[in-house]
Design a protein around this ligand. Structure first.
Ligand SMILES: NC(=O)c1ccc[n+]([C@@H]2O[C@H](COP(=O)([O-])OP(=O)(O)OC[C@H]3O[C@@H](n4cnc5c(N)ncnc54)[C@H](OP(=O)(O)O)[C@@H]3O)[C@@H](O)[C@H]2O)c1
Length: 275
């Protein structure tokens, strides 16, 4: 029987690229998204589209149950859905903070709990959480996003131990910059970078400029999908997969520099005179 992968957030970007790659390798793919009308691959062989909003517990239960019924088993869970929240912490509203954690963290918890009974019963499975280079190191003006991705990183490391006795592997794929809708339609801001009353406006503009000037170094989502596929199929006990040349360079520098030198470099690179 073909293997089955269950993926969240597949309307665009890394999730959509992963759907195509797993399908091309002959997998059965449960491609989930908030609005199934957004699906651009519903006629791909082996792919079925399910409505799933990771912040809606009922939709998580429904989609997991339906995929299990229709595909017979779930071998790999790819927790991919997520978005960035940029701007000063001070001005983030409670609703923005709630939504960021509901999507990037509690959404992962909900989908993971929904698939675990089946994976435990079949004594096999791979759970892949998409974190970020921002789950291992932080940039200015991204405190809440980092809180979610650092959180997922630690969650995954602990779960690795907990699920190993049941034959379930836990993996983290941590991309650097990726050319998707992440920095466009998906990005949320906690303040107006051009607002005259915003005391953090200079920092915000500097960070947004720094991110967009790094756009050329971004990986393509298809490259990240290849690393996800490797994590899903290599059978290794490896927890983390750093995805993208920029991510490897940055984390390599962090490993070899003193903390204060590294932080000074980040401050200079991202904030310049605004630091
Ligand atoms: N692009 C980067 O530079 C980068 C770097 C590091 C990590 N990442 C991580 O990679 C993952 C995928 O992002 P991407 O780069 O592919 O960006 P993207 O193109 O914006 O895709 C994000 C996906 O998440 C979905 N999503 C958002 N909220 C959701 C919810 N409540 N329920 C279900 N789906 C939801 C979006 O669905 P809608 O179409 O409904 O909005 C979309 O399908 C995220 O976890 C992100 O943090 C991205």
């Amino acid at each position: 029987m073909a293997q089955t992968v269950f993926i969240t957030g597949t309307s665009t970007g890394i999730g959509a690229a992963a759907v195509r790659l797993f399908a091309a390798h002959g997998w059965q793919v449960a491609a989930t998204m908030r609005n199934p009308a957004d699906a651009k691959f519903s006629n791909l062989p082996g792919v079925r589209v399910y409505a799933l909003d990771v912040t809606d517990a009922a939709s998580v239960q429904r989609a997991v149950a339906q995929a299990q019924r229709e595909f017979g088993r779930l071998d790999v869970l790819l927790n991919n859905a997520g978005y960035g929240l940029v701007g000063p912490f001070e001005t983030a509203t409670p609703a923005q903070i709630q939504q960021q954690f509901a999507t990037n963290v509690f959404g992962v918890f909900a989908v993971t709990q929904a698939v675990l009974p089946a994976m435990r019963a079949q004594k096999s499975g791979v759970i892949i959480n998409i974190t970020s280079v921002g789950g291992r190191t932080a940039f200015p003006m991204n405190s809440l996003y980092h809180a979610t991705k650092f959180g997922l990183d630690g969650f995954s490391e602990s779960l690795w131990y907990e699920l190993a006795p049941f034959g379930i592997q836990v993996k983290v794929v941590a991309p650097g910059g990726v050319a998707t809708d992440f920095a466009g339609r998906s990005l949320h801001l906690t303040a107006d970078p051009n607002g005259e009353a915003n005391p953090y406006a200079g920092q915000m503009r500097a960070v947004l400029d720094a991110f967009s000037s790094r756009g050329g170094a971004a990986s393509q989502p298809e490259h990240i999908a290849e690393i996800i596929y490797q994590a899903a199929t290599d059978g290794k006990n490896q927890l983390r997969y750093i995805a993208g040349d920029d991510a490897e360079r940055l984390l390599g520098a962090k490993a070899h520099m003193t903390e204060s030198d590294f932080m000074q470099m980040i401050q200079q690179n991202f904030l310049g005179n605004n630091g």
